[in-house]
Design a protein. Sequence first.
Length: 180
Amino acid sequence: MRYISLLRGINVSGQKKIKMTDLKAVFEKMKLQDVETYIQSGNVVFSSPERNAGKLSAALEAGIKKAFGFDVSVIIRNAAEWQKILKSNPFLKRAEVPAKFMFVTLLSETATSAPETALRAYCRSGEEFALKGCELYLIYPNGSGKSKLNLNVIERQLNVTGTARNWNTMLALAEMLQKE
């Protein structure tokens, strides 16, 4: 089965530095196949006979901790889930929104609290979001860097772990999934 794993918070501001060649080696040491990385933010496409993404995630978190000495959350989606995520983006038909301003925060589990009121308070000038299952779709018309609706706020308000990727990265990873 083909998977995408997304590591949370590596290689950001010099924290939790991991070279992608070293990360790839960890995956391969764990007997995962067809391992490919994409950019420096911890995106890894791989194959595994394991059908339980939770087991894979826990094993990868343990392997990364052993190899690099720090905790990193790993969120995994299989190829079918990834395609569903891409098709479910409610903002795709909005031609005025460039892909670089669309993001998806992939959550470790379904949020237990209702996001509308909690997250709406952090939205600024045209920012929008839509929660669908374990994904929070976002538009940051002025870029994500200055937004108050950042990943730490999202995690705290929804009481889940997450990691965000921009739409261009989401599409690039989808292309990588197609390679066998």
